[in-house]
Write a protein that binds this ligand. Structure first.
Ligand code: AGP
Length: 608
């Protein structure tokens, strides 16, 4: 996610802006910039790469007492100085976190009115929109209100007007903004760490609110201009806790960020009216899709688990054969892949050496390559014909959580897109799936509220030495992912297995010391899973069952239950993964391991 800082008050603005952006570096970024007043005129400095580059470019500047700053995590438009924030249009300059869904429509309308754009970003459109409203006779504040009434999507904005250097305007919808109240000074930040050393008195804005910020105080209004009364709160966090948003570990924070991550990944790509999916950057034509003989999905680790789930999705809906392979295996087996095949490479970092090698192998055999990736401008993205970005924001914890479920969301979007192009997905079924999909973030929120129940289960089993995870069908890869999460953060040996395979050997492992985590949603193989549960119970095994709300059968046999809401079978993995992430996290914390940086592991394996 991007980082925002704004300041107005008794200090020189530039040092406060740079210092604030440094406190937001943990959010990850690829470029940065500041805007401030100097002798009555607006100055803008932007740079690609780390903040030291921005500091160097602004080192000889002597700023006034008002300014805004930004660290950019690219979502629209590659990392570059032109795409870095702040963005300016006439006398308006602003910084933005979020995704504007209808930015292309707005941009085309503004170009038709003579506006010239310098960047590829959705953010610049907002600056021109406000300027257009000012040209229409509105003053700064009403122009912002009028502009935002035309915008659809998520935003956290901090805005300056060159001719009104006594105020900042902030606006929020879907992305966090914290406002800091100081003595003769005020602050705007996307996250508390940026302002904690200056003030602990903070107001958190709510959606569809705007704030008029001066050195003497802050006025909150809704977008109609009606004032809203909001009491500041005192923040007791220390700076390190603040980077984690009050969570003890990044992994826990990122587990809880999944509703927003999936919402940002789906935003602007589905139509609720038609059920249609649009994936602009994919470079995959309908005729290209219709001509596909086979799809390969290649990845590593958790991303490989996503690939396995993608196979179930695509074969179910698009009826194209899918072969899944590990990045470390694919290129060594001289794969039978060619110009009528598609390779999908899945990588959170976009820098995993084994996956990159698979991309190069596929391209050397004239296959079309698309990447599902979480980092704009990464190697995977640059070496592919097309890209489907997840918008999970930077994932700091080594154990992948929000990136994984965002990959599943991206694979689901791709599945619908391919099914619609091939004509294998009816309009009715498409509408059904899209309406189930948009409910997923809320269903995840429901599961996240059971954090304390899952902690109880973790307390019961955290001393165990071995775990088995079982699943069938589309939930078999979820069993693999649950086992990997436990292994990598708690160092407990765990195996994921197809439930139907137990009787072919692994059931010899079952005794009263072996917890067995079973994915048991009410789907077409539920009765089969019930039999597997009975097999384990007959051998004194302990069953931790992940079941749907309202389940009565398996839940009467299990030793411990974790409930998840019901959804379409093809979307269940997004939900059934969440409790497994939470279970692994709590067990690891109880065992005292280094949850965010587990031993022997790296966040991105850039070597073979
Ligand atoms: C997942 O929790 C692990 N950190 C690891 O398996 C990871 O998924 C794998 O290294 C692939 O990384 P990538 O998605 O960045 O390519």
């Amino acid at each position: 996610m991007c980082g925002i800082i704004g300041y107005i008050g008794k200090r020189k603005a530039l040092p406060v802006l740079i210092n604030g952006l440094k406190k937001l570096e943990y959010r990850g970024y690829d470029s940065a910039g500041v805007a401030f007043t100097r002798d009555g005129s607006l100055r803008i400095k932007r740079s690609v790469g780390k903040l030291i580059n921005l500091e160097a470019s602004a080192s000889d500047e002597d700023s006034g007492n008002i300014g805004i700053g930004h660290t950019r995590w690219a979502t629209h438009g590659k990392p570059s100085e032109e795409n870095a924030h702040p963005h300016r249009a006439g006398k308006i300059v602003l910084v933005h976190n979020g995704i504007i869904e209808n930015y292309l429509d707005l941009k085309n309308r503004l170009i038709a009115k003579g506006h010239e754009f310098k960047s590829e970003t959705d953010t610049e459109v907002i600056a021109h929109l406000i300027e257009e409203c000012i040209k229409g006779g509105n003053r700064f504040e009403p122009a912002v209100q009028k502009a935002l009434s035309q915008v659809r999507g998520a935003y956290a904005l901090c805005i300056m007007h060159e001719d009104e250097p006594d105020k900042l305007i902030a606006a929020k919808n879907g992305c966090p903004i914290a406002l800091g109240l100081g003595d003769g000074e005020s602050f705007v930040a996307s996250d508390i760490p940026a302002i904690l050393e200056y003030t602990r008195k903070v107001i958190f804005m709510d959606d569809l609110e705007m704030a008029i910020i001066t050195s003497q105080g802050i006025e909150i209004k809704d977008l109609t201009g009606t004032p809203k009364k909001k009491e500041p709160i005192d923040i007791s966090w220390n700076p390190v806790m603040a980077e984690k948003g009050g969570y003890k570990h990044f992994m826990h924070k990122e587990i809880h960020e999944q509703p927003m991550a999936i919402m940002n990944t789906m935003m602007g790509r589905i139509s609720l009216d038609s059920g249609m999916v649009s994936l602009d950057d994919l470079e995959l034509s309908d005729s290209g899709i219709k001509g596909l003989d086979k799809i390969y999905i290649v990845a590593c680790g958790t991303s490989w688990h996503a690939a396995l789930i993608g196979k179930y999705m695509i074969e179910d809906i698009a009826r194209i054969p899918v072969e899944v392979d590990l990045g470390s295996e694919f290129r060594y087996r001289d794969p039978i892949i060619g110009k009528d095949d598609l390779l999908i490479a899945i990588s959170q970092s976009g820098e995993t050496a084994d996956t990159l090698a698979a991309i190069r192998e596929a391209r050397s055999k004239d296959a079309k390559v698309i990447s599902i990736c979480n980092v704009v401008g990464s190697s995977s993205a640059r070496e592919s014909d097309g890209v489907l970005y997840t918008h999970a924001g930077p994932e700091i914890g080594v154990a992948s959580t929000k990136a994984f479920t965002s990959q599943l969301a991206a694979l689901f979007l791709l599945t619908l897109y391919i099914g619609q192009a091939k004509g294998t997905l009816s309009e009715a079924r498409g509408m059904e799936l899209v309406s189930d999909f948009v409910r997923i973030p809320a269903l995840i929120e429901e599961i996240l509220r059971s954090d304390s129940e899952i902690l109880k289960v973790a307390r019961k089993y955290f001393r165990c030495r071995d775990f088995i995870y079982l699943g069938r069908g589309i939930n078999y890869p979820v069993a693999l992912e649950g086992a990997l999460k436990l292994k990598e953060v708690s160092y407990i040996h765990a195996e994921g297995y197809p439930a139907g395979e137990m009787k072919h050997g692994p059931i010899a492992l079952i005794d009263e010391n072996m917890p067995v985590v079973v994915l048991a949603p009410m789907d077409k193989v539920y009765e089969k899973v019930m039999n597997n549960v009975m097999e384990v119970k007959a051998r004194e095994g302990m069953i931790i069952a992940i079941v749907n709300n309202g389940d009565h059968k398996i839940s009467s046999k299990a030793d411990d239950l974790i409930f998840i809401p019901k959804t379409d079978q093809i979307l269940t993995p997004i939900l059934s993964t969440i409790p497994l992430q939470m279970l692994a996290y709590h067990i690891a914390v109880l065992r005292g391991t280094d949850v965010d940086q587990p031993r022997n592991l790296a966040k991105s394996v850039t070597v073979e």
